[in-house]
Design a protein around this ligand. Structure first.
Ligand SMILES: [Ca+2]
Ligand SMILES: [Ca+2]
Length: 250
């Protein structure tokens, strides 16, 4: 006896499921049903558990082929599931395989200082999981990034680039592909005008003196030596940068 299922993932949101069931109990011409569910099969089966449902007649004894793709799936759940087949000769729905977690595209554009050639690094990290790294293209302060097939859930988005303040935010990947745009500021550029000059130095100084506040991203961009503090050490470095004594912050 053999029972196998194969899931073939394609680009973006489109994917297909091909199941082949070979079993001596299968009778040619009899209807068999393949059902993909989130979690385990249960009776009664809840409608929102159903990922995919299809019925085919056995084309020959011992073999039924299900071939569904794209809109053949009911997108109730993309977190993965299990596939069962039921029909004549099968007293209970038979488990034949897993559907891997399926996800959605997440992409966007990044604007940054054109004088830095290094590509940004973009990652999505779910709690307790390894970071997923985006494909990044572009040059001269204008970049595109894209993730494909990210399972739905909460992630930390991080965008970093040499000589720029690292952008971090929480994002919720939903059952839609998403396109965003972000602006990365240079280290030392607190007002976001792409220059590091006396205006930025004054802001940092006023913050240290308690005369002004900075938002979270300004604090990251003002911490030019990346020690998680904004203090005289950063002022000295920004001043040296403005005077041309250094050309980079790290
Ligand atoms: Ca500036
Ligand atoms: Ca610092």
């Amino acid at each position: 006896m053999a029972a196998t299922g194969v899931v073939e993932s394609a680009d973006g949101d489109d994917w297909r499921y091909v199941a082949t069931l070979e079993d001596v109990a299968i009778e040619k011409g009899e209807p068999y049903t393949v059902i993909a569910v989130s979690g385990d099969f249960s009776t009664p089966l809840m409608a929102d558990q159903i990922i995919y449902l299809d019925q085919k007649n056995a084309s020959q004894d011992g073999k039924v082929v299900f071939d569904g793709f794209g809109n053949g799936f009911i997108p109730k759940n993309y977190g993965g599931g299990k596939v069962y087949v039921s029909g004549k000769g099968l007293a209970n729905p038979r488990y034949i395989g897993d559907i891997p977690a399926h996800g959605f595209g997440y992409s966007g554009t990044i604007s940054s200082y054109s004088g830095i050639a290094d590509l940004p690094v973009v990652t999505l990290t779910a709690a307790g999981q390894a970071p997923i790294t985006a494909t990044v293209t572009g040059s001269a302060g204008s970049f595109n990034f894209s993730f494909s097939a990210i399972p739905v859930g909460q992630y930390t988005l991080q965008i970093s680039q040499n000589q720029h303040g690292t952008w971090t935010e929480q994002v919720n990947i939903t059952t839609n592909s998403t396109n965003i745009s972000k602006v990365l500021r240079r280290l030392g550029d607190l007002n976001g005008d792409n220059y590091v000059n006396i205006a930025d130095l004054v802001r940092v100084n006023n913050y240290i003196l308690g005369k002004a506040t900075l938002d979270d991203y300004q604090k990251i961009c003002g911490d030019v030596n990346s020690d998680n503090l904004i203090n005289i050490g950063d002022v000295v470095l920004i001043n040296r940068f403005i005077l041309g004594k250094i050309t980079a912050f790290n």
